[in-house]
Write a protein that binds this ligand. Structure first.
Ligand code: SAH
Length: 236
């Protein structure tokens, strides 16, 4: 037993520099993608590659940086979280982006999901309901040089009518049921990836077929922060 314990220590001691410092982030991002996302069945090479190249630690508060590439969601302040890497990889791959799409994201949070999307499509329009997070993610994305992401402080239930229709929609907070405006603002043939539910949530891929018919496919049970309504009206 003691022997196993000592071996474990040696292992942690060797691995520690890889996981605790952020200067080796490209290696950590690669390990994250290979060990957390690929092994769970996400196969889209473009998505995997972009996630290997996206500095996740830049999107989390300083005290969370050592944990940036770990297999879990992390707090980003204001009771919100950046999603687990696997969930980001899975949801992104479910959108089946080809590169020329206009994508709507609801729930900007840290801006990490938007950053991943921005390299896989033409433009990302992302809405965040908390002003502080909208301001912060916009600044982070600008600092890192992302120039095809548009962040708006607003209520995701309304979508972004001025920019609609969208080729794809991704929602990263869970509404109790599908918000009708998000489906309305989706192009025919477009895909909407969304967690739906309250205590029990499921990840859905919704496709808009000819004539506005909805095709729904449930993927896995998930756990997201709730998609909320604004407490006060948000100025236009
Ligand atoms: N995609 C984010 C993680 C999102 S966490 C990332 O990569 O970091 C969910 C976010 O949805 C939170 O920031 C929360 O404030 C936001 N949110 C909740 N309800 C919303 C609504 N109605 N409209 C827009 N954003 C909402």
């Amino acid at each position: 037993m003691n022997h196993i314990f000592r071996l474990l220590w040696v292992y942690i001691w060797i691995q520690y520099p890889v996981f605790a410092q952020v200067d080796n982030w490209e290696l950590k991002a690669k390990v994250m993608v290979d060990n957390q996302i690929m092994v769970r069945g996400v196969q889209d090479e473009k998505v995997l590659d972009i996630m290997r190249q996206t500095p996740r630690h830049e999107f989390v508060p300083t005290e969370q940086r050592p944990f940036s590439y770990m297999d879990s969601p992390l707090p980003i302040g204001y009771d919100q979280t950046i999603s687990q890497p696997y969930i980001v990889g899975l949801m992104t791959s479910l959108l089946e982006l080809k590169g020329n799409e206009k994508v709507l994201e609801i729930g900007t949070g840290s801006g990490y999901q938007a950053a991943v999307l921005s390299n896989l499509c033409k433009e990302v329009f992302t809405i965040e309901i908390l002003q502080e997070l909208a301001v912060r993610s916009k600044a982070t994305l600008a600092r890192l040089g992302y120039d095809n992401i548009y962040v708006k402080w607003g209520d995701g239930y309304q979508g972004w009518p001025d920019e609609a229709p969208f080729d794809a929609v991704i929602v990263t907070a869970a509404p109790p049921k599908l918000p009708p405006k998000l489906f309305e603002q989706l192009k025919v043939g477009g895909r909407l990836v969304i967690p739906v539910g309250s205590i029990w949530q499921e990840l859905w891929v919704i496709t808009k077929l000819q004539g506005g018919i909805m095709d729904k496919e449930s993927v896995i049970p998930v756990r997201f922060v709730p998609m909320v309504h604004p407490k006060k009206p948000i100025p236009e």
